[in-house]
Write a protein that binds this ligand. Structure first.
Ligand code: 13P
Length: 256
């Protein structure tokens, strides 16, 4: 985390919390996050059905709102989907795309993520573009190529003109929800390679400003060592973002 990038601590609630539960967690978070440390930005990404409730409950807090998915078409007969304009009208300024759970369970491809990223950028919503390797790729030792290939394909041709138009999240699949966190050195190795790839694609100056997060069993006990690494600019947090005290503690520890 060099001094010119604002850290981002982002919570991905995944498919957890109905509307009443989301309202309760949002109220708890608004209270726990009444003071966000300087140099840290906070983002919560609830399920689509909870976005409006969380937006209303957290309107006074310095917390950004993000969605977990989007469809690239502007409107029409796409049952079950939400457009960029719909997310924007619900208060979203960010949207997670390309999460490994979307790629694995819903068969999303790099081409899909590329279309989603382009639509979001055109709408002024910041994509949080996820990438990461499965365990067998880690064991085969080809994980850097796997991840940088996802970046090259997913971000190909995007009209990125300023570093705040995109966020990358490196989430090794073997570390998601498993309690098996990558070491801070593992995270740095891949986040550094992602930044080099971004520099190659968009120029060194732009790449220097783009936030690259780590995700996968990030928690209060390991956030400080992760963000101490030069190319790790925060975390995309699953399980620990569902407890207000844990998530708020991560925000505080990241800012120390
Ligand atoms: P966990 O923090 O539960 O491992 O989830 C990480 C993740 O997938 C965030 O998007």
């Amino acid at each position: 985390m060099p001094s010119n990038r604002t850290l981002l601590i982002a919570g991905n609630w995944k498919m957890n919390n109905d509307v009443a539960e989301a309202a309760k967690l949002a109220d708890e978070l608004a209270e726990a996050l009444s003071e966000v440390p300087a140099g840290v930005e906070v983002l919560v990404c609830p399920p689509t059905i909870d976005l409006t409730t969380v937006h209303q409950r957290m309107s006074a807090a310095a917390v950004a709102l993000g969605a977990q998915n989007v469809y690239w078409e502007p409107k029409g007969a796409y049952t079950g989907e939400s457009s960029c304009a719909m997310l924007k009208s619900a208060g979203c300024t960010y949207c997670i795309i390309g999460h490994s759970e979307r790629r694995d369970y819903f068969h999303e491809t790099d081409e899909d993520e590329n279309k989603k990223a382009a639509a979001l950028i055109a709408a002024g919503i910041v994509p949080v573009f996820c990438c990461g390797e499965p365990e067998e790729v880690r064991e085969a030792g080809t994980y850097v190529k796997h991840v940088t290939d996802q970046i090259r394909a997913g971000l190909a041709g995007l009209p990125i003109e300023s570093a705040d138009q995109i966020v990358i999240a490196y989430e090794p699949i073997w570390a998601i929800g498993t309690g098996k966190t990558a070491t801070a050195d593992d995270a740095q190795e891949v986040c550094g390679a992602i930044r080099e790839t971004l520099a190659d694609m968009f120029g060194a100056e732009l790449a220097e400003g783009i936030r690259v997060l780590y995700g996968g069993s990030a928690k209060p006990g390991n956030i400080a060592e992760l963000v101490a690494k030069p190319d790790v600019d925060g975390a995309l947090v699953g399980g620990a973002s569902l407890k207000a005290a844990d998530f708020a503690s991560m925000v505080v520890k990241a800012g120390e």
